[in-house]
Design a protein around this ligand. Sequence first.
Ligand SMILES: O=C(O)CCC(=O)C(=O)O
Ligand SMILES: [Fe+2]
Length: 340
Amino acid sequence: MAPHAEDKTEKPSQQEVRTKIHRNKARKGAHHIGNSLAHTRFGNGWLVGVIVVAAIASLFSAPFFNSGLRYAARSFLELHDDPAVKQEHTSMEQTNATVAQPSQGLTADYVCKHGYSIRILNQDPLVLYLKDFLQEGEAEHIMALAEPHLYRSPVGHQNGYSEHRTSYTASLQRAQTSIIRCVEERAAHFVDTPLDSVEMLQVIRYEAGQQYKIHRDYITEDILETDYWGQYGQRYASFLVYLQEPEGGGNTTFFDVGLSIPPRKNDGIFWLNVTPEGLEDKRTNHAGEPILAGQKWAINIWPHKWTEHFRQTFRWKGWASNQPAPTRYYATDNAAPTYT
Ligand SMILES: O=C(O)CCC(=O)C(=O)O
Ligand SMILES: [Fe+2]
């Protein structure tokens, strides 16, 4: 038997226990709780044993613990201001996001993470491909929430229906579920725009024969003041994220750019609707091509900013001169999307 187990010295007074707890606390940091419990219940012999074991354990665990902390601090300090990498960080607000309804396509272990990869499709105007923008299960969740609320899509500011746009639409409430909040936040982080300047997610569903002919997403200068969404500033960028692929057709086509992107579930595209000066960029006019078979589902996410704010904070020159160079890059091992 180990000598310390036979040690029958007198039990310490409450004051002594408190003092020792205090000393242990100072000396051993996180180990003090376990030590003090051992002390009061089992006497000094056990205490010495537990302290020895804890001290040895802490010697082994400290380097890992410290390097973890250092890593967290370093990545926060170096990366948190960098919009190109910001979305990789799981949001502090969202780490408890566990809404999981089997009927809504989610598993119980859902956690909000932002881990997609990016590829440049076109430099000017900027069009990006967002590979796996949605996590597994998010598309099904969004479709299940939207389906009961779908109505014939209106066209632009006219609030009317037109053969120009024959799809169905449902707007989700902001932060309707923690998953919706996670997706809103993913987009907001990407463009470094406050969450309340991002429109609620607009779900769209097309069936065979339905389409959205060539149109613009930006708000023209003449109605910027009067348009409902214009009050939040220009829709300076668009995310279009695909929830379900049709069996044929349904490409998103930028005629002037010469890009036609086939919808792929969970992937998305992002483009800037305005020039670096914040002026509407007509080259970004685009269409959702007719569906040949099956259904296509997607979401529009539109960030806004007051034009002046946009000009001051989002200009490439300002960003390049004020921010440290990115220290991390995204994986590029995804197969390139195919274009028709
Ligand atoms: O469905 C598409 O591919 C395009 C949709 C679109 O551009 C829109 O809803 O504004
Ligand atoms: Fe559009």
